[in-house]
Design a protein around this ligand. Structure first.
Ligand code: AQP
Length: 332
């Protein structure tokens, strides 16, 4: 079975609809006929300042959300990045293969450091994509399910894999991004040309999976659309309506075409009201399951321990090959 790997940061109390539709739903689906490794990226989280207590809580909340979504620990290794030290160890080797200019070209660093200025950003934020390359390459996955915003980082990962393979010996598989076009970029509800994002969106532009369902319904009903009244999918001229149709289609499992037909001549109010109901139906049971799981911390930490053991076995074997090929003397 082909391997898949992906990760998510525990940097909010809840995942949002961009994370869910862009990536996490694919994780659940891919479990069926792949060998999956899914991790909670706490080391990526500290590239910006985190409160230690909050980070610990959010890491467990992330695990609870993944389980509630349908990630099955019997099929998938679910683990916390910092519990598998090989990630940071391989990252160092890969950093030594990365050009400074090459790292500088990463647009996410440019965007994220723009606010406080480059000088205020941590070196960790700068080298983040290289740690991400290590996260991936350690497991030699075939596919990496992510949203569109991660495409450039995946390219860097492939370049580094190729460079290592040709400088030393074929060690890494070149992973393919697994990006579903329809949901690759879920937009901010208030600013539908921008991506829904926990750091950039306003509270009314982002729907968190663990929001009070009533609040989520209200956010859908007040989403920005346009001055026409025609329910039609056109990302260029109607980004707001197209985003609502994208979310509706993904959640209800219906084609955009059938939704356009259903709402033909009915205006935006009906579309928003019905979508709000669909959203409430999805998030209500999800939220209940997460709250139940959070009551059983011993179970959560046990799932994560087992995941780290599984992941660690694979990661250790890859790192051993890497160290040997680079010329490090093994500890006898
Ligand atoms: N709006 C989005 N549409 C589609 N996919 C998205 N992802 C994130 N936002 C969208 C995908 O979610 C996965 C987890 O990403 P992450 O842990 O790196 O979270 P993130 O990218 O930090 O999430 P945000 O909200 O975008 O955070 P900020 O604002 O801090 O950058 C990834 O696969 C990502 O593609």
């Amino acid at each position: 079975r082909p391997r898949v790997l992906s990760g998510i940061q525990p940097t909010a109390d809840s995942f949002h609809f961009g994370n869910y539709l862009g990536a996490l739903r694919q994780w659940v689906d891919l479990q069926r006929d792949h060998q999956p490794f899914f991790f909670i990226a706490d080391q990526h989280a500290i590239t910006v300042e985190q409160d230690p207590k909050v980070l610990r809580e959010r890491t467990l909340r992330a695990a609870a959300q993944l389980l509630a979504m349908g990630i099955d620990p019997l099929r998938s290794a679910i683990f916390v990045q910092s519990q598998v030290p090989e990630h940071a160890q391989l990252a160092w080797v890969l950093q030594c293969l990365t050009g400074f200019g090459e790292a500088r070209r990463m647009t996410q660093f440019k965007d994220k450091s723009a606010k406080g200025g480059e000088g205020a950003a941590s070196v960790g934020l700068f080298t983040y994509p290289i740690l991400q390359a290590a996260d991936i390459l350690l497991y030699r996955p075939h596919y990496v399910p992510v949203g569109e915003d991660q495409r450039q980082h995946l390219e860097l990962t492939r370049d580094l894999a190729q460079r290592f393979n040709s400088r030393y010996k074929k060690t890494f598989r070149l992973p393919e991004p697994y990006i579903l076009k329809a949901t690759a970029k879920i937009a901010d509800l208030q600013e539908p040309t921008a991506k829904m994002s926990k750091s950039a969106s306003s509270p009314s532009g982002i729907i968190d999976l663990l929001d009070d369902p009533k609040v989520s319904a209200k956010k859908i009903r007040s989403a920005v659309t346009d001055s026409e009244a025609e329910v039609r999918f056109d990302r260029e001229t109607k980004p707001g309506v197209s985003n609502l149709l994208t979310i509706y289609s993904a959640l209800a499992g219906r084609s955009i075409g059938s939704l356009e037909e259903e709402y033909d001549g009915r205006g935006y109010g009906d579309l928003k009201r019905d979508l709000a109901e669909v959203v409430v139906d999805v998030v209500t049971p999800f939220r209940d399951t997460v709250l139940d799981l959070l009551d059983d911390q011993a179970y959560l930490t046990d799932v994560l321990r087992r995941g780290a053991e599984q992941a660690g076995t694979v990661a250790e074997a890859t790192l051993r090959d890497v160290y040997q090929r680079v010329g490090f003397v093994a500890r006898s």
